[in-house]
Every structure is written in C-alpha cells, then in structure tokens.
Design a protein around this ligand. Structure first.
Ligand SMILES: [Zn+2]
Length: 132
C-alpha cells in the first residue's frame, strides 16, 4: 500500500526530469526522461530512427558522471523534498543534491556532472600527456 503511494508520488517527478536531445543525423530536437536514459543509454531518434548514444561525456571517455536513483520524500507536514545522487567513479566523487523543487535539483545535478566530466577529461588528457 505504501509502495503504491510512493510510486504515484514519484512518477510525475521522474517524468519531469528530462533531457533536451538533438539528433546528430537529422537535427530533430526532442526530449527523453532521465528514467528512460538510465534504463538504456541509447535512444532512437523519433523522426529518423537513428541510434543516439546518450552519454554525459562528450569526449567519449569511458568514465562519466552517473546519476543515482531519484528519491522523493514527503514530511509529516506535506512538504516534498527531491533528492538525486550524483557520482563519478573515476574521480571518487559523490554528492547528494536535495531541494524542494525538482527543476532546481536537476539543474544542480547537471552542473555538478558538467564540472566532474570536465575535471575527468582534464585528468585523462594530463595522464595521456605524461605517457609521451
Ligand atoms: Zn534523426
């Protein structure tokens, strides 16, 4: 019973968190939800059907910032707290972003992911340079 309630509460928020994607083949712009991308890192363009590899790292380096499970909790007084875990295995970084507004939590999580992906790209570039 409580599981069903939790499910009902969580669904709209998960649907709310979405990514703007642009098809590299036909340029079609569309959105995918975080939930969908976590289930499968490859999506198909709804217009031309091409496979689009959705990674948070544009440099194609294996280790990227990952997002944990989105959690929604409700206090006894009815206020909602959204939390999203962000982590980067290569950098050994972990952060739990919390807030009352899903949009703000999403924005903070993406900023953090960008920062870590950039830090990782620099680290990889530096390591490659050392090998020369
Ligand atoms: Zn397309």
């Amino acid at each position: 019973m409580s599981l069903a309630e939790h499910h009902m509460l969580e669904l709209p928020v998960v649907a709310y968190i979405s990514f703007d994607l642009t098809c590299p083949d036909c340029g079609h712009k569309f959105q995918e939800t975080l939930q969908r991308i976590q289930n499968s890192p490859t999506v198909n363009c709804p217009r031309c059907g091409v496979d689009i590899d959705v990674k948070f790292n544009t440099h194609g380096i294996g280790n990227t910032t990952k997002f944990g499970e989105l959690r929604v909790s409700q206090s006894a007084r009815g206020s909602i707290t959204v939390s999203l875990e962000v982590y980067h295995e290569g950098l050994h970084k972990h952060r739990l972003i919390r807030g009352p507004d899903g949009d703000v939590v999403k924005a903070k999580a993406f900023l953090q992911a960008d920062e870590w992906n950039e830090a990782w790209a620099k680290k990889v570039a530096a390591d490659q340079h050392d090998d020369d």
